[in-house]
Ligand binder design. Sequence first.
Ligand code: NAD
Ligand code: TYD
Length: 338
Amino acid sequence: MRLLVTGGCGFIGTNFVLHILETHPDAFILNLDKLTYAGNRANLADLEQDSEHYAFVRGDIADKALVVSLIKERRLDAVVNFAAETHVDRSIAGPAVFAQTNVAGTLNLLEAAREARVERFLHVSTDEVYGTLGPDGQFFETTPLAPNSPYSASKAAADHFVRAYHETYGLDTVTTRCSNNYGPYQFPEKLVPLMRLKAKNDEPLPVYGDGSNVRDWIYVLDHCRGVELALLKGRAGEVYNFGGAAEMANIDVVKAILRRTGQPESLIRFVADRPGHDRRYAMNFDKARKELGFEPAMDFETGLDKTVEWYDNNPAWLESVQSGAYREFMDQWYKERR
Ligand code: NAD
Ligand code: TYD
């Protein structure tokens, strides 16, 4: 197994690299990451000693010459594409970079994969491409794409290109769509680590709208196992949904975090809703169950215990990822929503 993993310094990419190297002792991973605000090379710095199994290259997935030469020189046989701009609120504030990385970047990566003749292109997508659900129903792989945010629109556009490269050029592609992840190494702009951070600092916890929007939460390692299964066993040209079978209203997630940090619920503040805020996501992953043997192993309460504990034990990591630029963006965002 010789993989080009893109975005390996982000939240899910980091967990994926660690998981693969732990479970496949013969694997080699080349991690290509641009190191945006969300990428932290230090996450996997220890692995850099072990050049037989891991190497890091700072670069952009939109740099075709670089990608082709890396695949050829390192004799890589598959691409696993995690690299993306991923935060919905940022996509509302500035959509252009989402089109650049998520659409143009993915297209470029597909082109490079075709030219360098890789055996498989695994594209990591999201449940958000399906849009929003009412109180009932689930998303299936056959549900028409109806993205509502600039982030999900850019991911949906990328998914269409992946499909087209399979249909038109016969590239061996597999697309995975997963629900909301939580766990170690998640950047503290997303709900779970942000609320834990605010609670620890005794700051108000900003809940959008009335807090009743529903997400299906999956522990990051379960998602990584799903991507691994899709890479090894998925059928070419197919899409596989993954979920955690753990639907929760945002307000209940926030309360569950407060119970763990010991802070009072009076810290919760209901703030202006996110524009275009999807009401509910729920994944049907029977296809992944049946074809890949996928099953999420972690229940939400245990997973949240582990996650809060990890952040408690890694204050230096949290401090290191909170750069000045990050703080500026968050301050401005909250000012507008107060
Ligand atoms: P993240 O924001 O934590 O990490 C993204 C990584 O991509 C960072 O390391 C960043 O430096 C890198 N990157 C960004 N632009 C790049 C570029 N042009 N070239 C190379 N590297 C670049 O994201 P994440 O939460 O780990 O998500 C990873 C993937 O999984 C994304 O494609 C996302 O859409 C998808 N996904 C995420 C979730 C979730 O809940 N976080 C759920 C389903 C799917
Ligand atoms: P987020 O972690 O940004 O993931 P996504 O938008 O990709 O689902 O948000 C999860 C949910 O939490 C979403 O419904 C928006 C809500 N939310 C808040 O209520 N307050 C916040 O400060 C953030 C970041 C999110």
